[in-house]
Design a protein around this ligand. Sequence first.
Ligand code: HEM
Length: 450
Amino acid sequence: MSVATIGPESVPRAPGAVPLLGHAWKLWRDPLGFLKALRESGDIVRISLGTMPVYVVTSSELVHEVTVRQARSFEKGRLFDRLRPLAGNGLATAGGEEHRRHRRLIQPLFHPQRIQLYASVMSDNAQALADSWTPGQEVEMEQAMAGYAVETLAKSLFSTDIGLPAVEAVRENLPVVLKNMLIRAASPKFLDRLPVRANRDFDAAAARLRRVIDEVVATTRRSGATGHNDLLSVLLAARDAETGEALTDTEVRDELSTILFAGAETTASTLAWTFHELARHPEVERQLVDEIHEVVGDRPVAVEDVPRLVAVRRVLDEVIRLHGVTMLMRRATAPVELGGHRFPEGTEVAFSLYAMHRDPALYPDPDRFDPDRWLPERREAIARQSYIPFGAGNRKCIGDAFVWTEATIALATILAKWRLRPVPGHTPREVASAVAHPDRVPMIVEPRTR
Ligand code: HEM
């Protein structure tokens, strides 16, 4: 018998399953601890969500197999099925040919020339936020960064006043959806129908978001106000290069919701953690402030500055490594072979970038914040497939260049003006959602004096 004929039954099971819920309770109670511990059971580990088996791949090699080498044999799977009430059949959830068609249509929205246009929104928003603070003020950084991320995305999506209700709805409802998302994804399906609070809140917030965005899309289409440079106008005007087809209003709504869902919390969390880490590492903060002073000086931060702020980039790389995307899933659309085991079509596979980026076999002292890991000479030692904060292969994040620009501009703008100190007595705790975001990051702003 060749190794590849070993079936899924021989994959080791993770400890701790209970009747009915399987490992779902572990994922509710301590998702990050649970996901990290799975590597101790092997490169591929079987868990149960309710009665459904899910195979978690824990090594970077097998994650590469799933996301890149055998990507054609996978679609998005159960986690993303659970997101449909929010993201419909948008880019993150669609599969196969539909995904390819949407990706072709949406890719141009994230072209570097477009990001240059969004950069002025990013810079104005960051400046407005920095100007709104007063010396000695206590700021909840997690909330402030969520406001910045939502507003920047919303203004890039909808540049006219027609979009204002959508911006409001996003600010109000998105946090509710994100808070309940992982619980819902990890839960056995029968729990969806239970009138528990997490379900009610998720459904109501997702429905409100959909309704408001629907109205904005319809009003914009009716008013013919599609000549703007925002994402909504581009989506409404987009035509498939091969078929000449436009997107329907529902497809446009799904793409807008997807981008908002995928781009808001991830960015806010990265920025909030960055301010927290910098306050704990004054020598790193000093280096950044010097670099910002040298590259940008006293003018507003511009898109051209972004690639020159290399120390900022190292800090962001390290923050995203430490607090990245919690759990992703795929479903096999054909028989696949992973780690010497053969799995039938329909098998659900999961992986955690968060856990992978904290694997001591890949990163010495993995829990330590050490931006110098990303110095050119040390970066070379980290295999490319071991650091994939934006995923890899055909489903790789479409917003990576957007977020680098957005986060760099926010950091450079705020750090030039303010020094942020943690409020004594609170240490931020990681909370698992799409990413491992901080519960609260209260900080005091002090004017920066050089
Ligand atoms: C620090 C910030 C971000 C992180 C860590 C991040 C991470 C990721 C990852 C890991 C994936 C792949 C998911 C998978 O393989 O299943 C992804 C997909 C995606 N991201 Fe991001 N993302 C970030 C910001 C953004 C932003 C700002 C946007 C939009 C403006 C965005 C839009 C998307 C979309 C639409 C997809 C689906 C792509 C596809 O399936 O073709 N993301 N993101």
